[in-house]
Ligand binder design. Sequence first.
Ligand SMILES: Cc1cc2nc3c(=O)[nH]c(=O)nc-3n(C[C@H](O)[C@H](O)[C@H](O)COP(=O)(O)OP(=O)(O)OC[C@H]3O[C@@H](n4cnc5c(N)ncnc54)[C@H](O)[C@@H]3O)c2cc1C
Length: 485
Amino acid sequence: MNNKFDFIIIGSGIVGSLVARELSRYECSVLVIEKEIDVGMCPSSANSAIIHAGYDPKPGTLKAKMNAEGNRLWHEFAPELGVQFKETGSYVVAVGPDELPAINLLYEQGVKNSIPGIAVIGREEMLKREPLINPMVSGALWSPSAAVIDPFGAVLAAAENAVVNGVKYLFETRFLGFIFNGTRITGITTSKGDFFCDWAINSAGLFSDEVAHKAGVKEGFQIIPRKGSYIIFDAAKFSINNVLFQVPSALGKGVLVSTTTHGNVMIGPDSQLSENKEDSSTTREGLLSIEAGAKKLVPSIDVRNSIVTYSGIRATGNGDKDFIIETAKEVQGLINLLGIDSPGFVSAPAIAKRAVELLKEAGVKLKDKETFNPIRKPFPHFHLMSHKEKAELINKNPAYGRIICRCEEVTEGEILDAIHSPIPARTYDSIKRRTWLGTGRCQGAFDYPRVIQILARELKIPETEVTKKGKGSELVFRRTKEIIA
Ligand SMILES: Cc1cc2nc3c(=O)[nH]c(=O)nc-3n(C[C@H](O)[C@H](O)[C@H](O)COP(=O)(O)OP(=O)(O)OC[C@H]3O[C@@H](n4cnc5c(N)ncnc54)[C@H](O)[C@@H]3O)c2cc1C
């Protein structure tokens, strides 16, 4: 591969992936480097997945501007990119009379942030719209433009569309430092060698402070990691079609009860300072506080119907905690996208457009690419199809007739699609995130051996080299009856 590019993007979460897609609209060469084996490993795939309406950020901040603009853009991007997206709207629910004034304040803030269609609704109306809500409800803020998204699906779709439009990706490639000519950045050093560029874009999420420091800029800026955990419920045992928030506190939006694009209910997150940027473990205290918070909204929630718990880590900046989206001042050739915590997912399309505007403001000439194709056709999801569609698909390719995951009805055909896609799935977890295999009641107990065999066959590697999520997470060590010499 040629090692000189116009732009190098560091990190492929939702922000880096959408910057890559924005740049692929123009005649230029773009490389994305990612330290993990896949796109969007965390936190872009471990969050509440809410396309927030935008009443919450303080008026006049970048968070307020990017959230409102990002919400509008997701309504355009999700269908273009074939991303699962449910236009649910959302409610902030006041429980008891004391919480009602906070709802009115949020309404006024939403008006200042120009959020479309928001309204305060009364107790009776809220009980009608969500019969499982706490009967002590006193009113709610209704925001019709809020939605829920498949977060990993969105990162993948943006990255795949960027690749189809000419962007190059390198995985398992860790950024180590910048190469300078005087004060001008001319390239980066990585765990896979040096790459040269005119501009670097720092979208390294939790590590964006460390990347900026390597350029000798933003020395006082630091990411303060804050962990948030979730509990997911068995769709067959408990369902709700709404997004329900508590009245926010100084710590943030609080625990929510929400439907997901896959029809499960999720509750969470809590907010705990975390010493380690990569520690996504859950704790008993955290899960108990989530249960209590969720029961305040929906008292009938029974955590015995949960199927899985997990955590994501927020990349909150120190200082005023607003997003930082800027061209570095002390060096040339660097765009910093820092402190992109919540509402970073909804804001990402607007942040990506702003990053490209900053490049243009710095004098970069970008010529439209006539062949740019904004449309990404998603691969078939067998369990979402009618009997007729399923029969047609199996007729075309019998691999769609072999069920590998019984709980979620995922077929061998879908696994092959994932392995042979523009961003190829090379691990068990990569297939899981693309197909939803292993996310049902049995959590993969049935499909693991079959997926290991398929990955080994398609990647032409021994089964002992198939991993869960990259080197060090091999799934089998030897055949059961193998003789060890
Ligand atoms: C608990 C929780 C709930 C949230 N809920 C919501 C919500 O409902 N709605 C919303 O809008 N937002 C929400 N967010 C925020 C949202 O998830 C983030 O703002 C967003 O995902 C940030 O994306 P990113 O691309 O900036 O960062 P990341 O997803 O962290 O991506 C950065 C990438 O850079 C890579 N990287 C880092 N260092 C290096 C290196 N040295 N070399 C190469 N690659 C590197 C990483 O591996 C990673 O893939 C939530 C976040 C959390 C944690």
